[in-house]
Design a protein around this ligand. Structure first.
Ligand SMILES: [Zn+2]
Length: 59
């Protein structure tokens, strides 16, 4: 379920306050690269729930 663009526009990364973009599997911070999961259409904007792009191999 996509996150509405007007909601995206007012949200920011809680870590670096960067802009977010909808990547389908979650909301990606365009500044620091963290991806926040979206569950049932609700973005989980918690740093401890976020995953990083690229770097770490899947467990
Ligand atoms: Zn960020």
């Amino acid at each position: 379920m996509p996150v509405p663009e007007d909601l995206l526009a007012i949200m920011a990364c809680p870590v670096c306050h960067g802009a977010l973009e909808d990547r389908g599997e979650g909301l990606a911070c365009t500044a620091c690269g963290l991806i926040y999961p979206v569950r049932d259409g609700i973005p989980i904007m918690l740093p401890e729930e976020a995953s990083r792009t690229g770097g770490e191999p899947p467990a």
